[in-house]
Design a protein. Structure first.
Length: 132
């Protein structure tokens, strides 16, 4: 029996990057819902609930770290892959390590993104696989 597609929330403010990532993920069988802002991403957390969030940090209405910490604090069953154009590894919050799967530098190579998403989906489904 085939598994249902892993639902992904993509939070990225750049329209061309958002469209390209959504297409790449859709082409690989993922169900993608895209958000352009932090607020929109928060609204999309509820219904239908995603299993994985691809999260940009620099958003027009806030910092993606806010959403990462919120997911961790609320203990939501969601795994997060951060994508950022800045080398901000020092900002990785220790209190969110249980939801953070990977931290990718932009521009993200498609194969690296797909590996990270695959790992995140496995973890969201309860399979072993390791984190960031």
């Amino acid at each position: 029996m085939a598994q249902a597609p892993c639902p992904i929330l993509l939070v990225e403010d750049d329209p061309s990057v958002r469209a390209g990532l959504a297409q790449l993920l859709s082409d690989h069988g993922y169900s993608v819902r895209a958000a352009a802002t932090l607020g929109e991403g928060r609204r999309f957390l509820a219904d239908p609930r995603p299993a994985v969030c691809l999260l940009d940090l620099n958003l027009p209405d806030g910092n993606g770290l806010e959403l990462l910490r919120e997911v961790a604090r609320r203990n939501l069953p969601l795994r997060i892959v951060v994508m950022t154009a800045f080398s901000l590894q020092h900002l990785r919050p220790d209190d969110a390590a249980h939801v953070l799967v990977d931290w990718l530098a932009k521009p993200v190579a498609p194969d690296a993104l797909l590996r990270a998403v695959g790992r995140a989906c496995d973890l969201a489904r309860g399979h072993e696989g390791g984190g960031a």
